[in-house]
Write a protein that binds this ligand. Structure first.
Ligand SMILES: NC(=O)c1ccc[n+]([C@@H]2O[C@H](COP(=O)([O-])OP(=O)(O)OC[C@H]3O[C@@H](n4cnc5c(N)ncnc54)[C@H](O)[C@@H]3O)[C@@H](O)[C@H]2O)c1
Length: 278
């Protein structure tokens, strides 16, 4: 049976599960997916759970604002205040998704944290917290969502948010790079495993993006102490007067969710104005 696709709402009738959706890139992805026609499940810890980051996490009011903005697009939204490290919490959110919407088509595993320090100087707690949230948190999202997608039998698209630091390791955040390299490996394996179910799996590699994480000034202390590190953070190829805007990443998320990218899976997609090409 051929599905009728409304040109301006290519994702109509579909449902997207987005983590880290209270603000920043996750909120933007939720709004853009809704604008393209999808109903949204927005997950965020909304709590100060990041012990080592130089910027605060989102608050419950931020998730409520995401809900308001998605509803303003004319779509439905279910919110869940869940830490991605909590597998049971994510499984409950998925059960609520199926109860409310009856299906799950897209996953954006986006929640993540960043902090700074040299690998032999950071504490075991800082290393573990980063890997727990950025890598095991993504695996929890996959473990919670994939069975429902397979059971629905509608195929779908999973997008993990890694980083340029997931393929080109920079100094000063090796723990972050290790977690993001892990996300790339996990995504590639999952793409191979899910091909037979018609579920596509791709990872996005953003570089500096205009969010709380991307504007964390605590990294400048590291550059002051180790000025040579700055050369690893070279300018992008495209002319720019600032960081990449979350909207610009969301355009790629909507494309990867849509049938326009139906032959693309197992890919790492840079969204970096050419940073990785230099
Ligand atoms: N901003 C950048 O420069 C940049 C570059 C490359 C990759 N990324 C990645 O993009 C993703 C989104 O980050 P952002 O830039 O929007 O930052 P952000 O800090 O604005 O948003 C991250 C969101 O995730 C939530 N979150 C954090 N830990 C969580 C947890 N354990 N469980 C549930 N929610 C949690 C926060 O509350 C926040 O709402 C992250 O994975 C980040 O590593 C960001």
């Amino acid at each position: 049976m051929t599905r009728t696709i409304e040109p301006d709402r290519p994702l109509a009738g579909k449902v997207a599960y987005v983590t880290g959706a209270a603000r920043g890139q996750g909120r933007s992805h939720a709004i853009h997916l809704a604008r393209a026609g999808a109903d949204i499940v927005a997950v965020d810890a909304c709590a100060q759970i990041a012990t080592f980051s130089g910027y605060p996490m989102a608050e419950p009011g931020d998730l409520a604002e995401t809900a308001h903005l998605v509803e303003a697009e004319g779509r439905k939204i279910l919110t869940a205040q869940v830490d991605v490290r909590d597998l049971d919490g994510q499984q409950k959110a998925v059960a609520d998704t199926i109860k409310t919407f009856g299906r799950l088509d897209f996953v954006v595993a986006n929640a993540g944290v960043c902090s700074w320090g040299r690998l032999w100087e950071i504490s075991p707690e800082q290393f573990r917290e980063t890997v727990d949230i950025n890598l095991i948190g993504v695996w929890n999202t996959i473990k919670a969502t994939v069975p429902a997608m397979i059971a629905a039998g509608n195929g779908g698209s999973i997008m993990t948010i890694s980083s340029s630091a997931g393929v080109k390791a920079p100094p000063g955040c090796g723990h972050y790079a290790a977690s993001k390299f892990g996300v790339v490996g996990l995504t590639k394996s999952l793409a191979v495993e899910l091909g037979e179910y018609g579920i596509r799996v791709n990872t996005l590699l953003p570089y500096g993006t205009n969010t709380a994480l991307g504007n964390d000034t605590s990294m400048y202390k590291l550059f002051e102490d180790h000025p040579a590190y700055v050369y690893s953070y070279t300018p992008n190829l495209l002319k720019t007067d600032g960081l990449v805007e979350p909207d610009e990443i969301s355009d790629v998320v909507v494309w990867l969710a849509s049938d326009s990218s139906r032959v693309i899976t197992g890919a790492q997609v840079p969204v970096d104005k050419g940073f990785l090409a230099r």
